[in-house]
Design a protein. Structure first.
Length: 207
């Protein structure tokens, strides 16, 4: 899925709509986003997400390990659901791509809404540079290191996307459990949460 400025605005509107259910006013969050959105590079994001999701959708490569993983704890999506994934039509793959992209992007955009500090220009100038720094850090990131309040709000924001992905799995025969093992669906989806958060952390790092 190709990210455009219109997509970014749409994701932000959906995020603010959810936040309005928890806060009397979302004016400050909207203000934060408006002052920082100029720094969002759809070109860099598209480069990273296209390569990452292409790898996640690879059901031909043996095994379940994917980009950035040091172990099989976070399986590669198409490796985990190999049989069902191989039967998906191009249209279905595009549908799943859009669902996952929406969730990753909302995690990426989260800091743009909750931080009142004006974002400084990124030192990372190209998608290639961002990708090289981003991939190795995704599965090293500890979601437990973020405060419960911040993470609870984020998970409320992405609940619809997360549920939509799980519904897609069910409707397309993607049964959890690898050779009778534990259900790794949440680990896979949590990896995508980390992917969005880490992309922004890497992009905004001083050096």
């Amino acid at each position: 899925m190709n990210i455009t400025n219109q997509n970014v605005e749409k994701y932000a509107e959906e995020m603010l709509a959810t936040m309005s259910e928890y806060f009397e006013s979302t004016d400050e969050f909207k203000k934060n986003f408006e002052q920082n959105k100029v720094g969002i590079s759809s070109e860099k994001i598209n480069y990273c997400l296209e390569k990452f999701l292409h790898a996640e959708f690879d059901y031909g490569t043996p095994g379940i390990r994917g980009l950035g993983r040091a172990s099989d704890y976070w399986p590669r999506l198409a490796g985990y659901f190999r049989s069902a994934f191989s039967k998906l039509s191009v249209e279905k793959m595009r549908e799943l791509d859009a669902l996952i992209t929406s969730m990753i992007m909302k995690c990426y955009l989260y800091s743009f809404l909750i931080s009142d500090k004006k974002a400084e220009p990124s030192n990372i100038k190209t998608g290639e540079q961002l990708y090289e720094k981003w991939i190795p850090q995704i599965y090293m990131f500890d979601l437990g290191g973020i405060s419960d309040d911040i993470m609870n709000m984020l998970f409320a924001i992405i609940k619809k996307d997360r549920d939509g992905i799980k519904d897609f799995f069910k409707q397309n025969g993607m049964t959890p459990g690898f050779f009778g093992g534990a259900d790794k669906t949440d680990e896979i989806l949590n990896g995508y949460v980390g992917a969005g958060l880490v992309m922004r952390i890497i992009e905004s790092a001083k050096a």
